[in-house]
Design a protein around this ligand. Sequence first.
Ligand code: GDP
Length: 300
Amino acid sequence: TVFKEGLAKTRDAFVEKVEDLFVRRKKIDEEFYEELEEILIGADVGVNTVMDLMDELRAEVKKRRIEDASDLRPILSEKLIGLLDAEGDATLTMAPSGLTVILFVGVNGVGKTTTIGKLAHRFKQEGKKVLMAAGDTFRAGAIEQLEVWGQRVGVDVIKQQAGSDPAAVMFDAIQAAKTRQADILLCDTAGRMQNKSNLMEELNKIFRVIKREIPDAPHEVLLVLDANTGQNALQQARLFGDKSGVTGLVLTKLDSTSKGGIVIAIRQEMNIPVKLVGLGEKMTDLQDFDSEQFVLALFA
Ligand code: GDP
């Protein structure tokens, strides 16, 4: 039901069109396929994925000798769930014992800080000791913004002044986390895109510093993507995906897009599981991603 509420816009735009199609066209014919194809592409599912999906649906229809559109509905849901199922586990990987370090990467404005704040809140609710590291020392206001979240959820932020070396901030943060026996350290990083290779170098340096202190950390590297940005989100996924050791995706602002199909497109492209989704601006508006629940929220 949380999904259902958060996905209201996608439901209204995409799902209603699908429903309407299945009601209006009782028979499966060329026009039916064409309309379905258009709706799926319109929801940002991705052209290649839609083409493959249509081929599969046609094959199923033939194999099972389906004539009524209504008999195709459950097959469509099943296929969509299949497209979303990731290889990896969608739950967050934690350290077997001691400190868990989670690194957040992604370009400015996608919702990194907000996601860190929400996750800090969740872990705190679970009774864990949480710290945040202000690793975005580049963007004006980034440190303060993280501190605002820190105050809101009652979690300390380890920081240095603006412009300082993010790797040094991480070093400090890990020391602080060890001293205070924290369970979880959530690390913000810079998201400027003007200079791609610098950003990757910076991330590599952060990795090295973290690994020197805790060899199996970071336990997760979460790439945060804004669901509203469609093809841009896909591009960012490609850009970060190969080089920065991303282990999971966070898709934010699903509540404010009518094109929730982007989840499927990104999932197809990346082969990295979507672990969390943002469904609003409040600290409780963060959900574990569950492909079945997601599709059911859309179609049930
Ligand atoms: P950052 O630059 O990546 O750290 O992005 P921020 O965390 O500052 O978020 C940018 C804007 O997106 C803020 O206004 C947030 O309130 C908003 N935002 C973040 N996540 C969500 C979400 O899941 N839903 C909605 N509606 N807004 C969000």
